[in-house]
Write a protein that binds this ligand. Sequence first.
Ligand code: FE2
Length: 190
Amino acid sequence: MEPTKVGVAPLLDLSKYPQAQAFVARCCEFFDEVKDLTPGAPLEARLNRDYGPGNPYYEDFCKFIRAGLGEGWAATAELDGPKYRRSRIVAPSAETHFISITTVYMDSQEEYRGQYHAHPYGEINCVVQIDESAELKGMQGWQGAGWTCPGPGTHHYPEVRGGALVALFFLPAGRISYAAKPGDPQPHCL
Ligand SMILES: [Fe+2]
Protein backbone atom coordinates (compact mmCIF):
# COMPACT_ATOMS: atom_id res chain seq x y z
CA MET A 1 0.00 0.00 0.00
CA GLU A 2 1.21 3.53 -0.83
CA PRO A 3 2.14 5.47 2.33
CA THR A 4 -0.07 8.46 3.19
CA LYS A 5 1.00 11.74 1.62
CA VAL A 6 2.01 14.38 4.13
CA GLY A 7 -0.60 16.89 2.97
CA VAL A 8 -3.47 14.62 3.97
CA ALA A 9 -1.93 12.94 7.01
CA PRO A 10 -3.79 13.62 10.28
CA LEU A 11 -2.51 16.50 12.38
CA LEU A 12 -1.18 15.96 15.87
CA ASP A 13 -3.68 16.83 18.65
CA LEU A 14 -1.50 19.40 20.40
CA SER A 15 -3.94 19.76 23.31
CA LYS A 16 -2.81 16.35 24.61
CA TYR A 17 0.91 17.20 24.73
CA PRO A 18 2.13 20.28 26.64
CA GLN A 19 5.72 19.60 25.50
CA ALA A 20 4.58 19.62 21.88
CA GLN A 21 2.88 22.97 22.47
CA ALA A 22 6.10 24.36 23.96
CA PHE A 23 8.01 22.96 20.97
CA VAL A 24 5.67 24.71 18.50
CA ALA A 25 6.01 27.98 20.42
CA ARG A 26 9.81 27.66 20.18
CA CYS A 27 9.57 26.93 16.44
CA CYS A 28 7.50 30.12 16.02
CA GLU A 29 10.28 32.15 17.66
CA PHE A 30 12.71 30.62 15.15
CA PHE A 31 10.33 31.33 12.25
CA ASP A 32 10.24 34.97 13.27
CA GLU A 33 14.00 35.05 12.57
CA VAL A 34 13.97 33.15 9.25
CA LYS A 35 10.55 33.95 7.76
CA ASP A 36 11.94 36.32 5.11
CA LEU A 37 14.79 34.05 4.01
CA THR A 38 14.57 31.89 0.89
CA PRO A 39 15.58 28.21 1.05
CA GLY A 40 18.57 27.10 -1.02
CA ALA A 41 22.29 26.43 -0.73
CA PRO A 42 23.20 29.88 0.68
CA LEU A 43 20.58 29.58 3.44
CA GLU A 44 21.76 26.03 4.20
CA ALA A 45 25.31 27.36 4.72
CA ARG A 46 23.98 30.18 6.88
CA LEU A 47 21.86 27.87 9.03
CA ASN A 48 24.82 25.54 9.58
CA ARG A 49 27.03 28.51 10.47
CA ASP A 50 24.61 30.44 12.70
CA TYR A 51 22.07 27.85 13.92
CA GLY A 52 24.07 24.62 14.12
CA PRO A 53 24.95 22.51 17.18
CA GLY A 54 25.40 24.77 20.20
CA ASN A 55 22.83 27.28 18.99
CA PRO A 56 19.93 27.51 21.51
CA TYR A 57 17.26 26.89 18.85
CA TYR A 58 19.06 23.86 17.48
CA GLU A 59 19.66 22.41 20.94
CA ASP A 60 16.04 23.03 22.00
CA PHE A 61 14.69 21.44 18.82
CA CYS A 62 16.80 18.32 19.47
CA LYS A 63 15.70 18.20 23.11
CA PHE A 64 12.00 18.56 22.27
CA ILE A 65 12.09 15.99 19.47
CA ARG A 66 13.93 13.40 21.57
CA ALA A 67 11.38 13.97 24.36
CA GLY A 68 8.56 13.71 21.83
CA LEU A 69 9.76 10.31 20.63
CA GLY A 70 9.54 9.10 24.24
CA GLU A 71 6.17 10.77 24.87
CA GLY A 72 4.69 9.43 21.64
CA TRP A 73 3.97 12.60 19.68
CA ALA A 74 7.01 12.94 17.39
CA ALA A 75 6.94 10.71 14.30
CA THR A 76 4.24 8.19 15.20
CA ALA A 77 2.54 7.16 11.93
CA GLU A 78 4.38 4.25 10.28
CA LEU A 79 5.08 4.67 6.56
CA ASP A 80 7.25 1.57 6.20
CA GLY A 81 7.21 -0.18 9.56
CA PRO A 82 8.82 1.38 12.64
CA LYS A 83 11.97 2.47 10.72
CA TYR A 84 10.13 5.20 8.72
CA ARG A 85 7.55 7.20 10.65
CA ARG A 86 6.00 10.65 10.48
CA SER A 87 3.97 13.16 12.47
CA ARG A 88 2.35 16.30 11.12
CA ILE A 89 2.82 18.67 14.04
CA VAL A 90 1.11 21.82 12.74
CA ALA A 91 -0.32 23.14 9.48
CA PRO A 92 0.62 26.61 8.24
CA SER A 93 -1.16 29.44 10.04
CA ALA A 94 -0.68 33.10 10.83
CA GLU A 95 0.90 32.02 14.15
CA THR A 96 3.63 30.04 12.33
CA HIS A 97 4.18 32.71 9.64
CA PHE A 98 2.48 30.20 7.29
CA ILE A 99 5.21 27.58 7.73
CA SER A 100 4.24 23.95 8.49
CA ILE A 101 6.06 21.66 10.93
CA THR A 102 6.52 17.94 10.22
CA THR A 103 8.77 15.30 11.78
CA VAL A 104 10.04 12.19 10.03
CA TYR A 105 11.93 9.44 11.86
CA MET A 106 14.19 7.24 9.76
CA ASP A 107 16.42 4.46 11.05
CA SER A 108 18.85 2.57 8.82
CA GLN A 109 22.54 1.73 8.82
CA GLU A 110 22.48 1.16 5.06
CA GLU A 111 21.32 3.96 2.77
CA TYR A 112 17.52 4.01 2.94
CA ARG A 113 15.12 6.13 0.88
CA GLY A 114 11.62 7.34 1.65
CA GLN A 115 8.97 8.95 -0.55
CA TYR A 116 10.19 10.98 -3.55
CA HIS A 117 8.87 14.53 -3.29
CA ALA A 118 9.29 18.13 -4.43
CA HIS A 119 9.16 21.37 -2.43
CA PRO A 120 7.64 24.13 -4.58
CA TYR A 121 8.83 26.80 -2.12
CA GLY A 122 11.79 24.89 -0.69
CA GLU A 123 12.29 23.26 2.69
CA ILE A 124 14.16 24.05 5.92
CA ASN A 125 15.21 20.79 7.48
CA CYS A 126 16.75 20.39 10.94
CA VAL A 127 18.69 17.13 11.32
CA VAL A 128 18.08 15.76 14.83
CA GLN A 129 20.42 12.85 15.38
CA ILE A 130 19.23 9.97 17.51
CA ASP A 131 22.41 8.03 16.73
CA GLU A 132 25.58 10.15 16.54
CA SER A 133 26.61 8.59 13.24
CA ALA A 134 23.27 9.14 11.47
CA GLU A 135 23.21 11.39 8.39
CA LEU A 136 20.50 12.79 6.14
CA LYS A 137 21.08 13.49 2.46
CA GLY A 138 20.27 17.00 1.25
CA MET A 139 20.84 18.64 -2.14
CA GLN A 140 24.42 19.45 -1.04
CA GLY A 141 25.27 15.93 0.16
CA TRP A 142 25.20 14.05 3.46
CA GLN A 143 24.54 16.07 6.60
CA GLY A 144 24.97 15.02 10.23
CA ALA A 145 23.96 17.32 13.11
CA GLY A 146 22.85 20.58 11.50
CA TRP A 147 20.65 21.61 8.61
CA THR A 148 19.75 20.96 5.00
CA CYS A 149 17.78 23.51 3.01
CA PRO A 150 16.70 22.44 -0.48
CA GLY A 151 15.71 25.37 -2.69
CA PRO A 152 12.34 26.10 -4.32
CA GLY A 153 11.33 23.51 -6.91
CA THR A 154 13.94 20.91 -5.90
CA HIS A 155 12.94 17.28 -5.61
CA HIS A 156 14.61 14.31 -3.95
CA TYR A 157 14.32 11.18 -1.86
CA PRO A 158 14.55 11.68 1.88
CA GLU A 159 17.55 9.47 2.52
CA VAL A 160 19.31 8.33 5.69
CA ARG A 161 22.39 6.30 6.57
CA GLY A 162 24.39 5.46 9.67
CA GLY A 163 21.52 4.98 12.13
CA ALA A 164 18.44 6.80 13.38
CA LEU A 165 17.57 10.47 13.07
CA VAL A 166 14.57 12.75 12.90
CA ALA A 167 14.25 15.12 9.96
CA LEU A 168 12.38 18.06 11.45
CA PHE A 169 11.17 20.00 8.46
CA PHE A 170 9.58 23.34 7.91
CA LEU A 171 7.73 23.97 4.64
CA PRO A 172 6.81 27.49 3.50
CA ALA A 173 3.01 27.48 2.97
CA GLY A 174 3.13 23.77 3.85
CA ARG A 175 3.74 23.00 0.18
CA ILE A 176 5.00 19.56 -0.78
CA SER A 177 4.34 17.66 -4.01
CA TYR A 178 4.63 14.02 -4.98
CA ALA A 179 4.33 14.67 -8.72
CA ALA A 180 8.09 14.90 -9.41
CA LYS A 181 10.02 11.83 -10.56
CA PRO A 182 13.72 10.95 -10.28
CA GLY A 183 15.44 12.23 -13.42
CA ASP A 184 13.15 15.24 -13.83
CA PRO A 185 15.21 18.43 -14.30
CA GLN A 186 16.16 20.30 -11.13
CA PRO A 187 15.94 24.10 -10.87
CA HIS A 188 19.25 25.86 -11.50
CA CYS A 189 19.57 26.79 -7.81
CA LEU A 190 19.56 23.86 -5.40
FE1 FE2 B 1 12.61 17.17 1.09
